[in-house]
Ligand binder design. Sequence first.
Ligand SMILES: Nc1ncnc2c1ncn2[C@@H]1O[C@H](COP(=O)(O)OP(=O)(O)OP(=O)(O)O)[C@@H](O)[C@H]1O
Ligand SMILES: [Mg+2]
Length: 236
Amino acid sequence: MAFLEAHNLHKTYRLTRSNHVRAMRGVDVTVEAGEMVGIMGPSGCGKSTLMHILGLLHAPDLDAAPPPSLAIDGLDVTTLTDRKRTQMRAERMGFVFQAFNLVSTLTTVENVALPAEYAGRRRRDALAAALEALRLVGLEDWAEHRPMELSGGQQQRAAIARALVTQPDLLLADEPTGNLDSENTAEVMALLHWFNRERGQTIVLVTHDTRVSEACSRVLTMQDGVIINGRQTEVA
Ligand SMILES: Nc1ncnc2c1ncn2[C@@H]1O[C@H](COP(=O)(O)OP(=O)(O)OP(=O)(O)O)[C@@H](O)[C@H]1O
Ligand SMILES: [Mg+2]
């Protein structure tokens, strides 16, 4: 059984009664546990929309025919209540975005602890898990600093620690290296690789950067709201 299996995902954004954007037009995607899958494609083709749906942040069009299906670890998530969906997101998924989205008024370790607190951990335990996550990304000395004192690369490493502090099964990353120079891109990719290999975390990431997609075990290409092909890569 695949870890993530989605069929017939459509997403229509209705701007006005007569004006709508069909951002996804029937996406099927299957991801096996432990894969690191890259998604590429031109701006506006629907990559972020797909990530939001896989991350249970948005629902696909439910009136599509045939109806959409989305199963994660064998569980049909299209019929979950909002509460269960939120719980699944908090306990089993981590998110990394192009903008690091750290809370400027909190210290780095407090930022990293947030998802663990949302997932129900006691504050003390969440902070301990956050320190351990910061150690894994090489930022333990920056725990008490505020995000604005960190470089862009360090902020993204902190965001990765935050995404992985709950040890989620699935990491969704939308252009995680989009704001980074090549040196920091390489560091972030090395970290993601490590979590994928050593922790067995399944990763789906969107990128415009072929150096990033080459590090993935498989690359899907999107165009005009559909996936047009998949490429299997040999990763050493
Ligand atoms: N909230 C929204 N409301 C209306 N239209 C939207 C919304 N979000 C995205 N769109 C439209 O849906 C289409 C797909 O957008 P999406 O953000 O998924 O593209 P993308 O592939 O991630 O692009 P990029 O590479 O620039 O990030 C675009 O035409 C976009 O304008
Ligand atoms: Mg996008």
